[in-house]
Design a protein around this ligand. Structure first.
Ligand code: TXA
Ligand code: MG
Length: 328
């Protein structure tokens, strides 16, 4: 299969291209789509064989449910039971945006989308072109990140092409994703709601809207039952072994170099052998995955990552970095 890559203006998308992409989706094909967080691999939620293809193409474990993307609160409500005051307030505060709510699903949401769960994860993407595409398709779109399972998420169309060329019909290229890391996932069925995946919508922002929430315990990541099956410990990882350190990373960099290893540092310092990322969580998120993709292409023996401080505003970044470094 030839994968067509079509460029689109994210704010003023060409209608013909949207129609073409919608037609592929309606016929049961897969399309790599831009969103403001990371690129997604989209399928029509009502087409069982298309949804099954998402799992095959990504090599995704069958017990890991997919996020469903909708264009409006009305469309979201049409898929769930028990839409309550909290869901309404959260939707008003954070939709469209990088925020996903887990709610009880209606029967019309196929079990293949939710990996058999009675809940469904929903979000309205902020990027205009993504919402226009969902409207053009006329159906909600299941879309996990458009990478091979447990690899680094894609923030550009060429990252998607690198993993999925020849395996999907089309990729829509609307330029680099501005957010850079996957959406925050909150289970609003529990009381209080439970944070399943930290993201750019922070705990503090959520608590301002609905009061205290529970945070999913990190130690559960290394064994036991997963409240969210996607929270596999090793995830978002480059092929190159990653060593995460709590200091500047310079010492580790020098040590490994002395051992004769080819190594680079991802940190906060401008120096030879290092990639320097912004010292604020939002800027860091935007740049992180592209930096990891680039480092991973350099044929290194190790990537050393200087972890940002263990403070609430860096929670989502530290979560992704600790998974990238797992097992090394
Ligand atoms: O920003 C994002 O969320 C991107 C873009 C494409 O929208 N999507 C994304 O999807 O990151 P994915 O499949 O890579 O991550 C979905 C996460 C997984 O951790 C999954 O386990 C969890 O959401 N999830 C999905 N449905 C769930 C459900 N019913 N209950 C609990 N967790 C769920
Ligand atoms: Mg993913």
């Amino acid at each position: 299969m030839q994968t067509q890559v079509l460029a689109l203006n994210p704010d003023d998308p060409d209608e013909d291209i949207l129609r073409k992409a919608a037609m592929i989706l309606n016929q049961g094909g897969l399309v790599g789509i831009p969103t403001e967080t990371v690129y997604g691999l989209a399928a029509n939620i009502f087409n069982e064989s298309a949804v099954a293809k998402i799992y095959t193409v990504k090599g995704r474990p069958g017990n890991n449910p997919l996020i469903v993307h909708v264009h409006s609160v009305k469309q979201a409500k049409s898929l769930v039971l028990n839409w309550n005051e909290s869901s309404q307030k959260l939707a008003e505060a954070f939709w469209p945006g990088p925020f996903t709510m887990v709610l009880d699903k209606k029967n019309l949401v196929p079990d293949c989308v939710t990996a058999g769960a009675s809940s469904v994860a929903l979000r309205i993407p902020k990027l205009f072109v993504t919402r226009k595409l969902i409207e053009a398709a006329g159906v909600p779109l299941a879309a996990p990140s458009a990478n091979l399972s447990s690899a680094i998420s894609p923030t550009t169309a060429s990252h998607v092409l690198k993993d999925l060329e020849g395996r999907i019909e089309m990729i829509l290229d609307a330029g680099p994703a501005s957010g850079g890391i996957e959406s925050t996932v909150l289970d609003v069925r529990s009381n209080p709601p439970t944070l399943l995946r930290p993201g750019l919508i922070t705990v503090e922002m959520i608590e301002k809207i609905i009061g205290p929430i529970k945070q999913f315990e990190q130690q559960h990541l290394h064994g036991g039952a997963f409240p969210s099956p996607g929270m596999l410990a090793r995830h978002y990882a480059p092929e190159t072994p990653v060593i995460a350190v709590q200091d500047s990373g310079v010492e580790m960099l020098e040590k490994l170099k002395k051992e004769g290893l080819k190594v680079r540092l991802l940190g906060f310092q401008i120096m030879e052998g290092a990639v320097c990322l912004p010292n604020d969580p939002v800027g860091y998120a935007t740049a992180l995955y592209a930096a990891l993709h680039d480092l991973d292409e350099m044929g290194l023996d190790r990537i050393v990552i200087a972890l940002p401080p263990d403070t609430p505003e860096w929670l989502a970044i530290r979560d992704r970095l600790s998974r990238a470094a797992f097992m090394h």
